[in-house]
Design a protein around this ligand. Sequence first.
Ligand code: CA
Ligand code: CA
Ligand code: CA
Ligand code: CA
Length: 464
Amino acid sequence: MKISMKQFFKKDRDYLLFVNKYWRQIVVALVLLIPLYLVVSYINSPAKADGNNEPYSIFILAGQSLAAGVASYREELPEGTGITFQNDPADTATKFWWAGSNGQGLNDQLIKAFFPFYDGPGQMGWDYSGGSNNAPGSTRLLDNLNGPQTTAINAQTGGLFGSEFGIARNLYAMGRRKVIILKVSYGFQSLGQSNSPLIPFDWNVNSTSNDPDRPKSYAQLKDQFNKLTTYLKSQGEKYTVDGIFWMQGETDTLQDSYAAAYQQNLADLVSNAKEDLQLHPSGHFVIGKTNMNFCIDNSWPRFNNYCDYPSAKSIDPIEFVDTLLTFSINPSMSRRLDEVRTAQQAVADSDQNTRQKVDIVETGDLPRGYDWTHLTAPGQIELGRRFVNMYRLPTRYTDSRVNDYDQDGTDNAQEDTGRGTSCPLIVKEQTIDANNNGNLGDDDADCDGYPNYLDAVNGPGSGL
Ligand SMILES: [Ca+2]
Ligand SMILES: [Ca+2]
Ligand SMILES: [Ca+2]
Ligand SMILES: [Ca+2]
């Protein structure tokens, strides 16, 4: 039975009696609750550590369908774990810039012709995900659209998501603000150069397209990055690129020649991406390690959308084998998977002489969805956590240091002043002017390897 406060106290006089009797307890409760309220408000405040002179922190996520996230649905995104049980504040505080590789969205019939058992290209991660009606990602960022469009039909990969929300939530929990996540994903595209009609947009850095409206995946990633940073510059904003996360490789386990070339192809991708995507001097490239074992071991029957891949004898040229022969294909599948994983590990292990390290995270233990291959929503959240916890992120400060990280008296936004003459910035054999280009990660006046905005010492060392 519910009773009103009025009924509870019967008469106004009872209020005074109540207060008179319990005033000590009331005072104690207020003394305890007011600071708790302030702490909770502060923790949940999107404005925390969001200084006017603080650069945006860009993280890049790229790859094939496990980056797109074709078995993890937006409505399954786990609720936030905050004390007030709200949706995770990172979901709306983080700016997302999504793009599919060719911009054709649900109009792209090519994949549907080859994978008729899928409901639409969205399930293959082929949606253009910049918003409804193929709106450019800049519109999404401009309007700070993290809500409605992510669940709307034709929106971000049809309401699907990859590890970007896990990345966003963990960064937010670390106290990091002004985060932008750029994701360019395209299902089923190999890193190996391909002539297969199944793979019209392979990720190989040396691949080129004759059709400017249908660029190869890596060209599209570069283009989207340039659009994003150009937009930030037009708004007078500064930025750094603090990490690149790569979730790809499954398709390269389907073809001997792709698997054999994977190590060189990945090494080429890493070296190009570091330069083309302006990775911070202490930013890392993190590889999500390919693992198809759950599918190989458990999927049955091996046709339609239940881990069909092992039944492909060859995808370039396309050659599907009889389902009954799938048993005999499995050893090849496992062998090629080992080859790709070994290649990924080798690239991660060969970073000893580089400052921008290459890390690798396992994915084999993460929960897979209906198709035995792609991660569930909790699996994607966990993958995002692993990505951002693999290395010490480029330093950020909060509170009183938010506008001048290195406390040298020059605000962050004013540290975009270029490089000393003895350390010119050379990208693809061309000298780049780092002065006032928006990127704070490439300015190094004293040539000691510490960018100006994190360098309080004129000379060797940062003093931080
Ligand atoms: Ca400063
Ligand atoms: Ca600069
Ligand atoms: Ca320096
Ligand atoms: Ca210095």
